[in-house]
Ligand binder design. Structure first.
Ligand SMILES: NC(=O)c1ccc[n+]([C@@H]2O[C@H](COP(=O)([O-])OP(=O)(O)OC[C@H]3O[C@@H](n4cnc5c(N)ncnc54)[C@H](OP(=O)(O)O)[C@@H]3O)[C@@H](O)[C@H]2O)c1
Length: 281
């Protein structure tokens, strides 16, 4: 499987997204666990979750799956609410997440989105958790370039390892300045919602995608994921609750585009021409 350098380590080009996982009935939970196991057994080694997802249900399900794997083989990422971003509440949230995940450390712990707590306070809390050995590294999510610059201006802010933002063919805003800034400052990028989230509600599928998928003998979802991965400097984290879709997403990693195909897609889904407002789900 193609790999990328992410968080200064060699990892799979896709991770496992887990929003809404663990919230359904037993049959759905079984299917979600089987899909996650299939992904882990076939080379995926990053899982993305958050205390917000099902108010802990996603983390609980992941904890049940991870019991059967070597913890050190997997990069586990979780996130805390912006209203838990003070040092005291970060510690409380983190300990609750670790308990649900049945582990004693996270590889990355992220501020889910910006709230009212000053970034300097949040960084103090996160650095404390690194020193305590409860997290290896930390990062942020839904930050634009100015947020990242502000973060880097506070003490220890430059220790931020990753930023996770919305990225799919219909939401390309981060290409303008977030991605170049992160590359220059050695902050890894995670793109979330490669398919426009559940039901594709945040991405309009234009006929060019359906036609190109048909010509290439792949599904539209595979095309969407392959497009996000055309630049191997980032990690994409599709969510699926089915083994069949997990298999299809793994296959998408090997799909490539010709220059003409990429130019055609650019015509219908243009790259940003200015900074714009950061889109988020
Ligand atoms: N940091 C943030 O603020 C933030 C925000 C949103 C999301 N995220 C993260 O990013 C992850 C992914 O984003 P997302 O969950 O919003 O949506 P997504 O991955 O863009 O889309 C998920 C949808 O696509 C379907 N799907 C997956 N693979 C498929 C395939 N091969 N063929 C057909 N359908 C397929 C899934 O259905 P099935 O389950 O039936 O396969 C589900 O309905 C989240 O789970 C979460 O970990 C982070």
């Amino acid at each position: 499987m193609k790999s990328i350098t992410f968080n200064h380590q060699n990892t799979s080009a896709i991770g496992i997204g887990t929003w809404h996982i663990g919230e359904g009935n037993n049959m759905m939970t079984e299917s979600e666990m089987a899909a996650m196991r299939y992904g882990l057994d076939h080379g995926i080694n990053v899982i993305d979750t958050a205390e917000m997802y099902g108010e802990g249900k996603s983390e609980t399900l992941i904890g049940n799956v991870l019991k059967d794997y070597h913890r050190n083989d997997i990069q586990l990422i979780s996130k805390f609410y912006p209203y838990h971003a003070t040092p005291k509440l970060i510690e409380e949230s983190l300990k609750a997440s670790l308990k649900r995940l049945q582990t004693d450390y996270l590889d990355l712990y992220l501020l889910h989105w910006r709230g009212k707590t000053p970034l300097s306070e949040t960084v103090i809390g996160l650095e404390r958790m690194v020193k305590a050995g409860l997290i290896r590294n930390w990062g942020v999510s839904n930050f634009d370039r100015s947020d990242l610059e502000e973060l880097f201006s506070v003490p220890d802010g430059e220790n931020c390892r990753i930023n996770e933002d919305l990225y799919n063919i219909g939401s390309r805003g981060i290409e303008y300045s977030v991605l170049p800034w992160q590359k220059k400052n050695h902050v890894s990028f995670i793109g979330y919602s490669p398919f426009g989230s559940d039901g594709g509600e945040f991405l309009k599928i234009k006929p060019v995608l359906t036609e190109m998928a048909q010509q290439k003998g792949v599904s539209v979802h595979q095309l969407l994921l392959a497009w996000v991965l055309r630049n191997h400097d980032l990690l994409s984290i599709p969510k699926t609750s089915s083994v069949e879709h997990m298999q299809s997403n793994l296959e998408a990693i090997d799909i490539s585009f010709t220059k003409d195909e990429l130019e055609l897609l650019d015509k219908y889904y243009p790259a940003p021409k200015n900074e714009g407002r950061l889109e988020m789900i």
